[in-house]
Design a binder for this molecule. Structure first.
Ligand code: HEC
Ligand code: HEC
Length: 450
């Protein structure tokens, strides 16, 4: 989390919420004395303190199963039309800060903050509940006191790519089904109620998140001609049986033809285990696409794949030679590669996604559902603000006033519940936003793949 602390201080001061110095801001803004005063209600609503994203940073693209069948739209940041309504609903909910309760809403935290594009955030950092970027203890009192289990155990955020193939779930493999995990995240970790059909939609969307393509691997997890010689030698190291692993190899647990997992839990781990829970079991993670989601292991204790190999060697007492280690690293880099590295999305891409969510309320089977209406309008507001924050120059000049009109409109009587009149107004705003953002521009400077 890159707290833009100066910006936050200005926001707090501007809102009359205290003259805190940037370096002594509360980690939880709602603990600021002025924060909960009734007269600040509108200001609280107006502020979005920050976003767990650094908006100028590169982020991973998304690969959705139901988009793959559509010509020319296999991957991306923006949103292509034509998702089935329940997938689109799940997509919207995945990006909805209000779904996770009032405090996440203030931070602009949604599922997508920790799992951007369905991958894993490398830099989420949530106050005392994180011991390093990319790790967080969700069973803490940070977002809600109801989640606190009294044990400090930050865990590295896992990627959700290909998640439908990689049960069981959670780092300890304690959840058998995807809907159990999703229900647990919303109702336990964030202590929010969730409608049954929303849970289904969110689970459906999550199950659609696919691995990113990797030209170095075929469908059975074998290296292709695109892989280097070093990687090929490393494959032999990966598959060699080792006495220190009870005669097993890396491939016994990270099974190549089942996405490099055996779908089992083990008493073994390769992490440093600084914050272990008693009698912990560890789910074998997939190794596909892992180059985009360092740090590695359940505790995020290895920063690079070379570090990871050195740590496995030490932890499991394998006695690998320097050459073995270099080759094994090359193999892991090939297995974990992706053809689509993170990049900064364009403004058009950032705007097209929330505008696609408006399909939910502008027509179709869900258009008269009042709860979907208000959750959708708020999520779109949050994402349009994010797009404005990232835009610059003429593009921003064009977009910002329209986003402001949208926000103003969301406070009008017509926006409070579904109606034909509201839909007409909203449809017109959507059209203007679409036109304003269709400008083709380059990604902001400094955008480069890590
Ligand atoms: C603040 C960060 C954060 C947010 C927000 C968040 N997650 Fe997670 N997610 C995590 C972490 C950390 C884990 C690993 C927890 C563990 O295993 O102990 C995880 C695990 C998961 C898993 C299990 C993956 C696996 O392979 O084991 C799924 C599925 C998941 N999250 C989906 C969601 C959904 C859906 C939402 C929104 C409702 C969400 N997450 C919101 C951080 C987050
Ligand atoms: C007995 C099963 C088992 C064997 C054998 C095994 N692993 Fe693992 N591996 C796991 C488990 C369980 C985890 C998750 C626990 C952790 O993070 O430490 C894991 C995690 C990993 C990760 C981290 C992935 C990520 O995204 O964080 C890498 C890399 C890895 N293993 C590589 C290897 C290599 C290379 C070998 C062979 C030298 C190997 N493993 C042998 C079970 C195994």
């Amino acid at each position: 989390l890159k707290w833009r602390r100066v910006g936050l201080a200005a926001v707090l001061a501007g809102a009359g919420l205290g003259g805190a110095r940037a370096d002594e801001l509360p980690a939880k803004p709602w603990e600021n004395p002025g924060f909960n005063r009734p007269e600040n209600a509108q200001k609280r609503e107006d502020l979005e303190y920050t976003d767990m994203f650094d908006h100028a940073a590169a982020r991973p693209p998304r690969s959705l199963r139901s988009l793959k069948t559509q010509k020319g739209a296999p991957l991306g940041y923006g949103h292509e039309d034509g998702l089935p309504p329940m997938v689109l609903l799940g997509d919207m909910l995945f990006h909805a800060p209000k779904l996770l309760g009032p405090h996440p809403a203030l931070f602009g935290v949604s599922c997508a903050s920790c799992h951007p594009g369905g991958g894993a955030s490398r830099d989420i950092f949530v106050g005392a509940e994180s011991d390093r970027p990319g790790n967080i203890d969700l069973l803490s009192n940070y977002f809600t006191p109801l989640a606190d289990d009294g044990v400090y155990a930050p865990r590295n955020v896992p990627s959700l790519r290909g998640v439908r193939y990689t049960s069981p779930y959670e780092r300890d493999g304690s959840k058998a089904s995807l809907s159990d995990v999703v229900a647990g995240v919303v109702s336990h970790e964030f202590a929010q109620p969730i409608r049954g059909d929303w849970l289904n939609a969110l689970t459906l969307y999550t199950s659609q998140i696919d691995f990113l393509p990797n030209a170095q691997l075929d469908a059975l997890g074998r290296l292709t001609a695109k892989a280097s010689d070093a990687a090929r030698k490393g494959e032999a190291v990966f598959k060699a049986a080792r006495p220190a692993l009870d005669g097993k190899s890396c491939a016994s647990c990270h099974v190549p033809d089942t996405f490099f997992t055996d779908r089992q839990t083990h008493a073994l781990h390769h992490g440093k285990g600084e914050h272990m829970l008693p009698s912990e079991a560890f789910d074998t993670p997939s190794l596909i696409n892992m180059v985009e989601s360092p740090p590695y292991f359940f505790d995020g204790s290895a920063a690079t794949l070379a570090d990871a190999v050195a740590q496995i060697d030490a932890q499991q007492q394998l006695g690998l030679s320097p050459q073995d280690k270099a080759e094994l690293t090359a193999y892991l880099e090939a297995v974990g590669a992706t053809d689509e590295l993170p990049r900064v999305p364009t403004t058009a891409e950032l705007v097209s996604e929330p505008l696609a969510y408006l399909q939910l309320v502008l027509g179709g089977p869900l258009q008269d559902d009042a709860e979907i209406w208000s959750m959708c309008l708020d999520t779109v507001r949050h994402m349009l603000r994010g797009a404005v924050r990232q835009a610059s120059g003429p593009e921003r000049t064009k977009l910002e006033p329209l986003v402001r009109s949208y926000e103003q409109w969301t406070r009008s009587p017509e926006a409070q519940k579904p109606s034909a009149a509201g839909r007409t107004q909203l449809g017109a705003l959507r059209e203007q936003l679409a036109q304003a953002s269709a400008v083709k521009t380059k990604a902001p400077k400094g955008a480069k793949a890590p």
